[in-house]
Write a protein that binds this ligand. Sequence first.
Ligand SMILES: Nc1nc2c(ncn2[C@@H]2O[C@H](COP(=O)(O)OP(=O)(O)OP(=O)(O)O)[C@@H](O)[C@H]2O)c(=O)[nH]1
Ligand SMILES: [Mg+2]
Length: 215
Amino acid sequence: MDIPVVENVLKLNDEVAALNRQQLRERHILTLDLMGSAGCGKTALLEATLRRLGDKLHIAVIAGDLTTTRDAQRLAALCPRVVQINTGRSCHLDANQVRQALARLDLNALDLLVIENVGNLICPVGFDLGQDFKVAMFAVSEGDDKPAKHPYMVTEAAALVLNKTDLLPHVPFKMDQFRADVAYLHPRVPLLTVSALRGEIEPWLDWLLAARKKP
Ligand SMILES: Nc1nc2c(ncn2[C@@H]2O[C@H](COP(=O)(O)OP(=O)(O)OP(=O)(O)O)[C@@H](O)[C@H]2O)c(=O)[nH]1
Ligand SMILES: [Mg+2]
């Protein structure tokens, strides 16, 4: 019997992602998909980034959340180009939602677009949004085992941010174990240790500015 097989359930998403990528690359806009668990500090990192780079680069942010515009409101205090996507019950953004958000942004003269994905270590990994790079974010308060337990976050990411390093004296976190697991899963991926709360984000800023120069 001939059983029909759906070979690529993500095909439609991939097609729209390709359109997004083409639109963004034509304008030379570096686009990042920032993924990480709920509360790891994605919005805090973007706030710190806007404080440091907001008057040097034209930056836009698309913030994904199930409900509320709270992240967008925080970011709008620092950036005039912010769009919130409410995903309802969905645990990740998809390319079509990003496409609709792009239509709400003036892409002319934009240098950098960061898409803050829904706080979740699993679902965002599998969906191409049209970004140049996926960035995975962890926090020391989540424990050192998260890369090993969520390997696809690590293998799909072009860079890893480890946040809340200011809490290292207060939480059990084996940095050696964390680094070893990351190195095993994705050798040579940049590991950027930061404290968004304190504004200590130099490794992230350095990576970001270097990524802009890549063709
Ligand atoms: N100690 C410490 N706290 C931080 C740091 N960065 C963020 N936080 C705190 O962690 C909490 C969550 O930060 P958010 O920036 O909202 O995290 P998020 O990843 O955007 O969360 P969702 O959008 O809900 O997924 C807030 O109370 C922040 O103040 C940090 O570097 N150190
Ligand atoms: Mg947030």
